[in-house]
Design a protein around this ligand. Structure first.
Ligand code: BGC
Length: 416
C-alpha cells in the first residue's frame, strides 16, 4: 500500500513541473558528515539552492571523515523505523542499503532529466540498483592527492616530487626547515587514505588485484610488504600529536606553514579555499608521486530513503536540484571535488579543479580509474573495515610489515 501511494504521489508531483515541485512548508532531513569549514561552505550551496525552491533543511550532521560514525547513526535511525530523507553515502554502502530494500526510487526524475546519459558509468554502478536509480551523485572526489605548502616547497627548490625518492628527499628537506614534514591525523580512515595512494603508486594492476579483486596472492605478496614498509617510513615524518587529529586540522597545519604537506583526498582543497588560499600561489596540488595518470575515486551520493508519501516531493526536488549542471558547478567549486556529470564546463574551477576534471576523464578512458578502498568504492564495509584495522595497527607500530601482510590476507578472507 505504502509503495503504491509512493509512486502515485511521485507521479502527481512530476506532472506539476519543477517550479511547483514542493510547497514552502516542505523540508528534507539530511544526514551527512560535512562538518569542517570547507565542507560546511559547500553544504551551504545545497541548502541555499533548496531554500530558493521552498524546501526547508533539517540538518543531521555526524562528524567523522569517511562517514564511519554517520553510518552507525544511520543504522540506529533506520532500525528505529525513522530514516532521514536523504543520506550522504559512499559506494558500496548505498548498494548494501538498496539490498535491504530501504531506498526509494528516483527513476521518474532520473529518466525525465536523462541522468543515464550524463552520469559517469563508474558512478552509476552505485547510484542504481537492479536497474533503478536509488541515489543522486553530488560529486567525484579522489584520494591520491598531495597538498603542499608553496612557500615550504619553494624553500626546498620548488620542484614537486614525482616518485618515492623525490618525495622522501622533500620530506627530509621540510624537516631541515624545522616544520613537520607530514600533517596527518591518526584515525583509521586517514591512515587508509594514505594507503590507497601508497598501494596505487606500486602499480595500477597491483592496486586492482589487491583492493578490487581481493586476490590473496597479491594481498600476501612481497610488494604488499613494501607498501607497509613505505607506511612505516611515512609515519616517521608525522608529529608526536598526530593521533586522533581530525583531517581538517591537519590541513590547517599545511595552510599555516606549520607542516609541509598532507596526503588527502581533494576535500582538503575545500579547507584551503575556505582559508582564502590560492592554488599555485599559496599551495600546490599534485597526484601522489608515482600515481600520475591514475585516479582512485569516491563519489558522495545522496541515497534517498523510503519515506512517507508527503515527504516525497521535497525528496525528488532535492534529487533534481543536485543533478542540475549549474548546481554541480557551484557546489563542486567550493567542495574541492569535480562534477558527477560529464557535461559540466570546467570554466568556474581553479587549476586544481581543472586538473581533477581532466585526470578523471583520462583515467576513465585509459582504464586507470579505480574505486577508493579507503572511501568505500572498492569493497563493502565489512572488507573495508577489515583492511582499515590492519593498516592502522601497522601504521601505529602494533604490527610489523611482515605480520601486517599475513593479517591482511586472513582479515580479508574472513570478511569476504
Ligand atoms: C567524503 C568527502 C568528505 C571527506 C572528509 C569523504 O569520505 O567523500 O566528501 O569531505 O570524507 O569528511
Amino acid at each position: 500500500m505504502r509503495k503504491l501511494m509512493t509512486s502515485v504521489a511521485a507521479a502527481a508531483f512530476l506532472m506539476t513541473g519543477t517550479a511547483t515541485m514542493a510547497r514552502a512548508t516542505e523540508s528534507v532531513e539530511v544526514l551527512h558528515w560535512w562538518t569542517s569549514g570547507g565542507e560546511a561552505a559547500a553544504l551551504e550551496v545545497l541548502k541555499k539552492d533548496l531554500e530558493s525552491k521552498g524546501i526547508g533543511w533539517v540538518d543531521m550532521p555526524v562528524a567523522g571523515g569517511g562517514g564511519t560514525e554517520a553510518m552507525t547513526v544511520l543504522r540506529a535511525r533506520v532500525t528505529g523505523g525513522n530514516p532521514p530523507t536523504a543520506v550522504q553515502m559512499l559506494g558500496f554502502d548505498i548498494v548494501d542499503w538498496a539490498k535491504e530494500g530501504s531506498l526509494g526510487n528516483l527513476d521518474e526524475v532520473a529518466n525525465k532529466e536523462g541522468w543515464d546519459k550524463v552520469v559517469p558509468t563508474a558512478l552509476q554502478q552505485f547510484s542504481k540498483y537492479d536497474g533503478h536509480w536509488i541515489a543522486a551523485p553530488v560529486n567525484v572526489h579522489s584520494t591520491n592527492w598531495v597538498w603542499i605548502n608553496k612557500e615550504a616547497l619553494d624553500k626546498a627548490g620548488g620542484k614537486a616530487p614525482t616518485n618515492w625518492d623525490e618525495l622522501i628527499a622533500l620530506l627530509d628537506n621540510f624537516k631541515k626547515q624545522g616544520i613537520t614534514p607530514i600533517a596527518h591525523g591518526g584515525q583509521a580512515w586517514q591512515d587508509a587514505t594514505i594507503f590507497d595512494a601508497v598501494v596505487l603508486s606500486l602499480g595500477n594492476d597491483f592496486y586492482k588485484k589487491a583492493f578490487i579483486d581481493l586476490d590473496p596472492d597479491t594481498l600476501g605478496s612481497p610488494k604488499m610488504k613494501e607498501a607497509f614498509d613505505r607506511m612505516t617510513k611515512l609515519r616517521s615524518y608525522v608529529d608526536d600529536n598526530f593521533s586522533g587529529r581530525d583531517w581538517n586540522l591537519a590541513s590547517g597545519m599545511v595552510i599555516e606553514g606549520k607542516a609541509g604537506l598532507q596526503f588527502m583526498g581533494d576535500w582538503a582543497k575545500g579547507e584551503f579555499l575556505k582559508a582564502k588560499k590560492v592554488p599555485g600561489k599559496d599551495f600546490v596540488c599534485i597526484r601522489y608521486p608515482g600515481t600520475q595518470g591514475s585516479v582512485t575515486f569516491n563519489s558522495d551520493q545522496f541515497a534517498m530513503f523510503k519515506v512517507s508519501a508527503d515527504k516525497i516531493p521535497a525528496q525528488m526536488q532535492m534529487a533534481s536540484s543536485i543533478e542540475s549542471p549549474t548546481f554541480q558547478s557551484a557546489f563542486n567549486v567550493v567542495k574541492g571535488s569535480v562534477p558527477a556529470r560529464t557535461d559540466v564546463p570546467d570554466s568556474a574551477f581553479d587549476d586544481c579543479g581543472k586538473k581533477a576534471i581532466k585526470d578523471l576523464a583520462e583515467a576513465n578512458k585509459n582504464g586507470t580509474l579505480m574505486g577508493s578502498m579507503a572511501h568505500g568504492h572498492a569493497n563493502p564495509a565489512a572488507v573495508k573495515n577489515a583492511i582499515y584495522d590492519v593498516v592502522t595497527r601497522e601504521f601505529n607500530g602494533d604490527l610489523s610489515s611482515d605480520d601486517a601482510v599475513k593479517e591482511l590476507v586472513s582479515a580479508v578472507a574472513a570478511a569476504k
